[in-house]
Design a protein around this ligand. Structure first.
Ligand SMILES: Cc1cc2nc3c(=O)[nH]c(=O)nc-3n(C[C@H](O)[C@H](O)[C@H](O)COP(=O)(O)OP(=O)(O)OC[C@H]3O[C@@H](n4cnc5c(N)ncnc54)[C@H](O)[C@@H]3O)c2cc1C
Length: 414
């Protein structure tokens, strides 16, 4: 079925609201919270209240990471889809989130990442939580804690343990680089029930941020996205009720990592969308600066007959468009219940690389204006880099794509 590339009509309002927030709230505060790293952007509180109101009224159509449905769990228009033509095209919460986040990241990636209740942990909850857990945890600000000092790209190597003791699990270990770890209300922690049993024993647990067993070590100082807090924790005999385990408590060797990994099929297109948003900001501002400098971009003229700057700009735009299309495809597939692991990784790889590349080339094209703090271009170039790192680095996405295309397992192709 062909994909219609127009923004779905039902999301037009959402996109224009996100654009207004990006213009009126994010951009004016961009520089302030880049300079004031670790101070909470209080301007976002008012915004969060407005977003809650819009969510309750359904005006946002499930936008934001918190609204992302698990594959097959998308209820935003699923009710009618069940009885309707199975070939009918669906645009649900994955597409809504993608379009909203892209627009907000045109404003500011760091501020988006620290928006109350938009944490990627909610995507994990939405993907695997049961009814009762959805009620308990839904709508709360949830961070995601996978990475450890000895386990980054290789998340199967995590050492944090979870031991059942009466009605509680007791968690012990260390988690680093947790986005919104200090500000979120909940932290979704990956831990193993039994290290001997490998990937299948890794489960996710929801830990309340004020749990006394969760001890904040420090906040990171970073290259970009400085408005967003990045926290390192120790879990010391951290007790959580056993109902806080997401998904099945059974260790099913055949299922392996499938449960926890499923989240990434939904979140990788979103991170790709963030890269598309910040890259579009760079392109738009660069176009304005080129035009002010008298450089005309002529889409009808062949590259060799216009200035080098104009032809480089057009090449960047086409690269950006390719990344955008891959990303729309991955989100659309999630909404239409088609397995999208391959497309999610393709989108993340292409958009992550394009975001960083476009941002740096725009800095270069604009020369000293691009590099100075008088413009946001230098900040966007710093902010873009993380989108090619977290939720799986560039190299890891390419590895996943290669495995899928060659039909190799993770043991066969490392
Ligand atoms: C600002 C920020 C926020 C973050 N937020 C979160 C968060 O909210 N939650 C969370 O859990 N984590 C988070 N992370 C962690 C992030 O996901 C990891 O940094 C990332 O997965 C890479 O892991 P690593 O840093 O240990 O690098 P490593 O895994 O040690 O990798 C180092 C380099 O080797 C490459 N590499 C590794 N394995 C292979 C391979 N098999 N083949 C080819 N190349 C390979 C990598 O691509 C990378 O270039 C965050 C990180 C940062 C910087």
């Amino acid at each position: 079925m062909p994909i219609n590339l127009e923004t779905p009509k039902k999301f037009a309002g959402l996109v224009s609201q996100a654009h207004m927030v990006a213009t009126e709230v994010f951009r004016p505060n961009s520089r302030k919270y880049d300079d004031a790293e670790h101070s909470y952007p209080k301007e976002l509180d008012m915004l969060a209240a407005a977003i809650d109101g819009m969510n309750e009224s359904g005006a946002l159509g499930g936008a934001g990471a918190g609204g992302v449905g698990g594959n097959g769990n998308d209820n935003s228009n699923g009710a009618s889809a069940k009885q309707a033509d199975p070939n009918a095209n669906r645009n649900g919460s994955n597409m809504a989130s993608l379009l909203g986040l892209t627009e907000l990241c045109w404003g500011d990636v760091g501020l988006l990442l620290t928006m109350p209740r938009q944490g990627l942990g909610q995507a994990a909850i939405a993907a695997v939580a049961d009814e009762e857990q959805l009620k308990r945890f839904g709508g709360k600000w949830a961070a995601m804690a996978i990475t450890e000092p000895e386990a980054g790209s290789d998340s199967a190597a995590i050492r944090t343990t979870a031991r059942l003791d009466g009605d509680d699990y007791v968690l012990n270990g260390e988690k680093i680089f947790v986005t919104s770890g200090d500000r979120a209300e909940l932290i979704v922690v990956w831990a193993t029930l039994d290290r001997e049993q490998g990937r299948a024993a890794i489960k996710s647990f929801v830990v309340e941020r004020d749990n006394p067993g969760l001890k904040l070590d420090r906040l990171e100082h970073k290259l970009g996205i400085r408005a967003s807090d990045t926290a390192n924790f120790r879990l010391e005999d951290c007790r959580v009720p056993k109902e806080s385990l997401l998904g099945s408590p059974d260790i099913e060797p055949k299922r392996g990592f499938a449960g926890v990994m499923q989240t990434f099929d939904n979140t990788r297109p979103l991170v790709a969308g963030m890269a598309i948003g910040v890259a579009r900001a760079c392109l738009e501002r660069t176009r304005e600066l080129l035009e002010e400098a008298g450089i005309e971009i002529d889409y009808d003229a062949p590259p060799h007959s216009q200035s080098a700057a104009a032809s480089e700009f057009i090449a960047m735009e086409s690269d950006w468009e390719a990344a955008r299309l891959l990303t729309l495809q991955a989100a659309w597939m999630a909404d239409n219940r088609k397995p999208n692991s391959l497309q999610a990784s393709m989108a993340k790889a292409k958009a992550g690389r394009t975001g960083t590349d476009v941002a740096l080339r725009c800095v270069a094209l604009c020369g000293s204006l691009g590099y100075g703090e008088g413009e946001l271009l230098e900040k966007w170039a710093r902010d873009a880099k993380i989108l090619d790192l977290f939720e799986g680095t560039q190299q890891i996405q390419l590895l996943i794509v290669a495995r899928a295309l060659l039909g190799k397992t993770s043991a066969e192709l490392k």
